[in-house]
Design a protein around this ligand. Structure first.
Ligand code: HEC
Length: 150
């Protein structure tokens, strides 16, 4: 075999790929598997929840009877995204009866949260406490926010 420039180049790249390449590719895969967009949204949402929601709805989403509703597998949590988004922005000022119960506390409004923060916290709620509903996107929050302002 004639060792010319081209062969040297091929050998160089082959050597660069064999050892360190294998390890870092594995690490990269590991990272991607752990940090899917859904997982990142849920993690970010948990931070918002811990700061603003946990005092009433509790760490396991169970709430407290008569005061704060449970967020575990209720119709409104698993159901209509629009109502959920509106509930976070405007607060649940209507004191609607939820699953035939009335609650003494008032759900405070959080219009100051960004579209992404609201999407994340609702995605966290919809994917935690045994809930298995679809994620909520920042674009969906943006749409509802614009509708509320009209
Ligand atoms: C001061 C206590 C309090 C805090 C803090 C609070 N909530 Fe609420 N939340 C309530 C109450 C009370 C209701 C019931 C609505 C009503 O009758 O006003 C409610 C209703 C809800 C609902 C609707 C439940 C249903 O079944 O209709 C969701 C979802 C919700 N809260 C999520 C959140 C999230 C997410 C946060 C944090 C951003 C939060 N809440 C912060 C008290 C609170």
């Amino acid at each position: 075999m004639i060792i010319n420039q081209k062969t040297l180049l091929i050998l160089f790249f082959a050597a660069a790929f064999i050892n360190p390449g294998a390890v870092s590719a594995q690490e990269a895969n590991h990272c991607i598997a752990q940090k899917s967009p859904l997982k990142m949204s849920i993690e970010a949402g948990q931070v918002v929840y811990s700061g603003l929601c946990i005092s009433c709805h509790l760490a396991d989403g169970a709430g407290s009877s008569n005061k704060n509703p449970s967020l575990v597998k209720t119709r409104s949590v698993l159901g209509n995204k629009r109502d959920l988004i509106e509930c976070i922005i405007k607060g649940n000022y209507q004191h609607a009866e939820i699953e035939a119960q009335k609650f003494q506390n008032t759900m405070p409004p959080h219009p100051e949260l960004t579209d992404t923060e609201i999407a994340n916290v609702l995605t966290y709620v919809r994917r935690s406490f045994g809930n298995k509903a679809s994620a909520i996107k920042p674009s969906e929050v943006k749409t509802v926010r614009a509708e509320i302002k009209m």
